[in-house]
Design a protein around this ligand. Structure first.
Ligand SMILES: [Zn+2]
Length: 234
């Protein structure tokens, strides 16, 4: 490299790239954090849904209990009434009602036994699943805390990286720096200052003209790739 100004620009570029990396990493942190938080919310919703399903079964069971008790007191009532009725058909009607209630109680109790088994299985599955999910939530919460730490570290590095860029810029030539800044707005990604090798620009990898190729060897003024407009040197 024959142009000392290019050397200075390369230092500016190195430090710019270092700063960009830190800034890009910083910019990704909110997304990473949102994704983790969304996961945790979804996991908690899953636990809550399972808890709710279990609760519904328990409510159903207690409703059955209430229903059984109501039918038992109805039977007691029918039995008392039977002591008081005089006519045979009234007596038989009450017997029929008693038998019907007993039948209904038997059915309810059968359902209750099924339900108790279901509740046991569901509760076991729920407790096991809940432990796994809670461990995941804990892990994700830890990751969020680590992200916070990384964010703080990166923020501290940004200031240092900016100061480094400024120091390199103040050492560079203003004319070169102006072109460098212009190229930076034109090109989406570094390098902004590219080396020509085997007649190819190190930025766009296209062949440059002979004029650019030989010009790039000369110091004193910046030269540009005729394909991508990057500053080139040889
Ligand atoms: Zn180029």
């Amino acid at each position: 490299m024959s142009d000392p100004q290019i050397e200075k620009l390369l230092i500016v570029q190195d430090r710019d790239v270092a700063l960009q990396k830190i800034e890009q990493e910083l910019a990704r942190i909110p997304q990473e954090r949102n994704a983790l938080e969304a996961n945790i919310t979804a996991e908690q919703a899953n636990i809550e849904a399972a808890r709710q399903a279990l609760k519904e079964k328990e409510v159903e069971r207690s409703e059955i209990d209430t229903e059984v008790k109501a039918k038992e007191s109805a039977i007691a009532r029918f039995l008392t009434q039977q002591l008081e009725v005089k006519k045979n058909d009234e007596y038989r009607a009450l017997t029929h009602q008693i038998e019907q209630s007993q039948q209904e109680i038997a059915e309810l109790e059968e359902r209750e036994i099924e339900l108790m088994l279901e509740i046991d299985t569901t509760r076991e599955a729920f407790e096991a699943e809940k432990a796994i999910i809670e461990a995941r939530i804990q892990e994700q919460t830890k990751q969020i805390a680590q992200l916070g730490e990384r964010e703080n570290n990166l923020k501290a590095s940004v200031d240092e990286a900016k100061a480094n860029v400024e120091a390199a810029r103040s050492a560079a030539d203003e004319n070169y720096l102006g072109h460098y800044d212009r190229v930076k707005t034109l090109c989406k990604r570094p390098p902004y200052v590219a080396q020509i090798e085997a007649h190819k620009c190190g930025g766009c990898h296209l062949r440059v003209s002979n004029e650019v190729s030989s010009g790039a060897l000369l110091a004193g003024e910046p030269h540009f790739c005729d394909q991508c407009a990057r500053i080139v040197y040889a």
